[in-house]
Design a protein around this ligand. Structure first.
Ligand code: NAD
Length: 508
């Protein structure tokens, strides 16, 4: 079937965005945000070699940053270890005050940080600003939660004994972070680690180093001591190998693909680290025919197209009940073709480029595969003068489970709609996937909502909402979507060890 078939399209023409990111970066008042130096042991390293940063919307080089190697990582681990005692011995309220100061500097520099995020990641500037606020929120929230890392007293099972459980910081932590949320995935990990009393070493994605290094500048300004928060950019394997092998690194937190998560879990086994993994998703988005159509379409637009689809919470399989299917596809198509595709620094843009070409190519492959196997292309938004990293927002309807898009995470602006008949059937189909990060259910029936909240196999479920993340919630997945939780008091626990103490022989 050809792509030139009759589609609903809207033509958006935009001026060529060549040079726009460089122009914005040049105008930043904070020149240190684009200096690209790594922060190791309280010193800024320009690096003997530099790695290039690309604007994914145009393919242009926009900056370069220090390339760190294994020896740099070993220095960072030693510095983190040295900083541990001093940091853990601060009162939680003192650590909290530093975290709050960091959050406040991030908020103060929100506009400049958003320009960095959009320039290197590609997301629309409004979404980048939202990410900065979301990211700062984790530091604020954990600043307070660190003061509530309560232990327990246990009614004793032994005469004359007192039983206590205390929470201790686990030690040096490492974070390997992705490019889709280059600020918030760092603050979600660092907020929890620092609040618990652990230093953290961050290895950001090579695609988005500027945001991470700018966060380090602000951490230093906020008073985070040397060695407590360090950022090193470079080859993922070269930098992760010392982190995995070194027994001084006691915790590893990773967000990214399930494939890399498995490799890191295996690597961390040698030194039995505490590992938390936030991996891929394949969220079912289930629409029953008792719903308000507009609400369901709005929810599907948000759950599919936020971050241009590069979101682990993205709706990957949109199941729509037969009674509302045709109407839903029509209304969803009409909304999709209105999406404005372009450079994220242009204010009107809804959908930016894929940060990585490999992700754009995966989207195209899933579209071709689905169309070849009988899916209908019901809508494609349109735009011109774009780099190969762009994928036009696309609606595939009549998708079936044998298609790649129904099995593998898409991570782009391609929506797959599948019809279903009954509740029993859709629950089985929704759960028939090795991922279990998030899910969405739209229904007006309270009984059905309660039943599905029990039955859907995932770590996070939105009932009649596509918006549920934030600092107080336990973010994480079931099955191969990961291990452990981020955010919430459970997120703090990823950076603590429990110690049970038995005070015996207390009788005078
Ligand atoms: P990735 O897993 O390769 O990258 C994530 C992070 O892991 C980056 O910092 C990267 O440098 C690092 N990394 C890569 N290989 C490594 C290795 N061998 N050792 C140590 N660190 C390593 O993800 P990707 O290839 O950039 O994206 C592929 C797919 O992963 C996406 O299409 C999407 O499905 C998924 N993904 C999920 C998330 C999420 O939020 N859960 C984020 C990014 C990507």
């Amino acid at each position: 079937m050809s792509f030139s078939m009759a589609l609903r399209t809207v033509r958006h023409e935009s001026p060529s965005p060549i040079g726009i990111a460089a122009k914005y970066l040049k105008a930043l008042r904070r020149r240190d945000f684009v200096a690209g130096a790594a922060l190791i042991d309280g010193r800024w390293h320009p690096g003997e070699q530099r790695d290039v940063v690309i604007d994914p919307a145009t393919g242009e080089e926009i900056a370069d940053v220090a390339h760190c190697g294994g020896a740099d990582m070993n220095s960072a681990i030693a510095a983190a270890e040295r900083s541990f005692v001093g940091w853990r011995e601060l009162l939680p309220s003192t650590r909290g005050a530093i975290l709050r100061a960091w959050a406040s500097l991030i908020s103060k520099h929100s506009d400049e940080l958003a320009i960095l995020v959009t320039s290197e990641q590609g997301k629309p500037i409004a979404e980048a600003r939202h990410e900065i606020a979301y990211g700062a929120g984790f530091l604020d929230w954990f600043a307070a939660e660190g003061e509530r890392a309560y232990g327990e007293t246990i009614p004793s099972h032994k005469a004359g004994s007192l039983l206590h459980v205390r929470m201790h910081p686990v030690g040096v932590a490492a974070a390997i972070t992705p490019w889709n949320f280059p600020v918030a995935m760092i603050t979600r990990k660092a907020g929890a680690a620092l609040a618990a009393g652990c230093p953290i070493i961050v290895k950001p994605a090579p695609e988005t180093p500027l945001s991470a290094l700018a966060l380090a500048r602000l951490a230093e300004e906020a008073g985070v001591p040397s060695g407590v928060f360090q950022v090193l950019v470079g080859d993922p394997l070269e930098l992760s190998t010392p982190l995995l092998r070194d027994p001084r690194v006691r915790a590893l937190s990773f967000t990214g693909s399930t494939q890399v998560g498995r490799v890191l879990l295996e690597g961390a086994a040698a030194t039995v680290k505490k590992v938390s993994l936030e991996l891929g998703g394949h969220a079912p988005f289930i629409v029953f025919d008792d719903v308000d159509l507009d609400k369901a379409v709005k929810g599907a637009m948000a759950a599919k197209f936020a971050t241009s689809g590069q979101d682990c919470l993205a709706a990957n399989r949109i199941y729509v009940q037969k009674g509302i299917y045709a109407e839903f596809v029509k209304a969803f198509s009409a909304a999709i073709v209105q999406l404005k595709v372009g450079h994220g620094l242009e204010a009107a843009t809804d959908i930016g480029p894929m940060t990585k070409l490999s992700v754009a190519n995966k989207c195209r492959m899933q579209i071709d595969d689905a169309v070849m196997k009988g899916a209908r292309m019901s809508a494609v938004a349109h735009a011109t003068k774009l780099s190969p990293n762009f994928v036009l927002p696309t609606l595939l309807s009549d998708v079936t489970e044998d298609m790649l898009i129904a099995q593998e995470e898409t991570f782009g602006p391609v929506a797959a709609v599948l019809p279903f008949e009954s509740e029993e059937e859709v629950v089985i189909r929704a759960n028939a996937n090795e991922m279990g990060l998030a899910g969405y259910v739209y229904t007006e029936s309270l009984r059905r909502a309660l039943r599905l909240s029990e039955q859907i196999e995932c770590g996070m479920l939105g009932i009649n909402t596509a918006s549920f993340t934030g600092p107080p919630i336990p973010f994480g997945g079931w099955k191969q979507s990961g291990l452990g939780r981020e955010g919430s008091r459970h997120g703090l626990a990823e950076y603590t060890e429990m110690k049970y103490v038995c005070f015996g022989d207390l009788k005078a």
